[in-house]
Design a protein around this ligand. Structure first.
Ligand code: PAF
Length: 285
């Protein structure tokens, strides 16, 4: 496993891989078992695999947690080493955003960015799409792997790849959960034991909504109210949204359409958590 810090080295090594399949897992580091499952899938499905670790300032709003976002490169390297990947690309901020690029080109995806996370975090998805487009151009993967926990991010990147004709497949991988149901996230490190006891009411509500869906319930308001009821039992005070949406467009779910996803964002203590469950299968863009 080689650690590469510059775009020039990454480009040179990428060229040496030639036409072999290349799997890519973009991350912001502080890796957990969810990330490692993406890396394992990439290594199993491709001749070469690259992971990037880059905390992307462009996707954090001015009052968000860029400064306190957890970072531990040595820990990340030791988790990645046994997995058999080829390269960890760890550029610094100046490498990705040199002064000339700072007020230059950005990538804005319309459509799936308008609601939920897009509405709560203005500019977030432009930051994500811009850095992912840059990383795709630098790494030039054949397949890129993303966690379904960030379902709206998957929809935004899939749309960008389709609209801008990136020659690669976006692979969405299932959310991994802790034993109490909490979706794995680098930010879980901020949760106190008390926060953890509260947080599990998010997945509890989603599982209850999923059971109702499987029993035939298709009324979005009913499905959403089951999740809100669970959050009430967990004494949540700050709920950003609970919504049943189309998993590709993130438009509100319309009864009769087969694809649906129920998504939640809520705050516990000082930490904002998001989670979702796919209620039925989606064919990719
Ligand atoms: O999901 C993440 O960790 C980030 O949004 C990503 C895709 C690495 C872009 O910075």
């Amino acid at each position: 496993m080689r650690v590469v810090n510059t775009i020039a080295d990454m480009t040179r090594l990428r060229a040496a891989f030639g036409a072999e399949t290349l799997g890519f897992v973009p991350t912001m580091g502080y890796l957990h078992a969810g990330h490692l499952s993406l890396v394992r899938q990439s290594v199993a499905e491709n001749k070469c695999s690259v992971v990037s670790i880059f905390v992307n300032p462009m996707q954090f709003g001015p009052s968000e947690d860029l400064e306190r976002y957890p970072r531990d490169l040595e820990r990340d390297f030791s988790l990645l080493k046994p997995l058999g990947l080829d390269i960890v690309f760890v550029p610094d901020v100046g490498e990705i955003y040199p002064p000339a690029a700072q007020h230059g080109t950005t990538v804005t995806v319309y459509g799936p960015t308008e609601r939920l996370e897009g509405a709560m975090r203005p500019g977030h998805f432009t930051g994500v799409a811009t850095v992912v487009a840059k990383l795709f151009n630098i790494v030039r993967p054949t397949r890129a792997y993303f966690g379904q926990k960030d379902a709206q991010q998957v929809a935004v990147i899939s749309k960008m790849v389709s609209d801008l004709n990136f020659p690669l497949d976006v692979i969405a991988c299932p959310t991994l959960r802790e034993s109490d149901g909490l979706a794995m996230s680098s930010r879980n490190v901020f949760l106190t034991p008390g926060d953890r006891a509260t947080a599990k009411f998010i997945s509890g509500g989603l599982f209850a909504a999923e059971a109702l869906w499987q029993a035939g319930e298709r009324d979005a308001a009913v499905l959403e109210s089951v999740v809100r009821e669970s959050l009430r039992r967990g004494n949540f005070v700050n709920i950003d949204y609970v919504a049943v949406v189309d998993p590709l467009t993130f438009d509100p779910y319309t009864p009769g359409s087969t694809a649906a996803l129920i998504a939640v964002a809520a705050r516990v203590g000082t930490t904002r958590l998001i989670d979702n469950i796919l209620l039925s299968c989606v064919s990719r863009l």
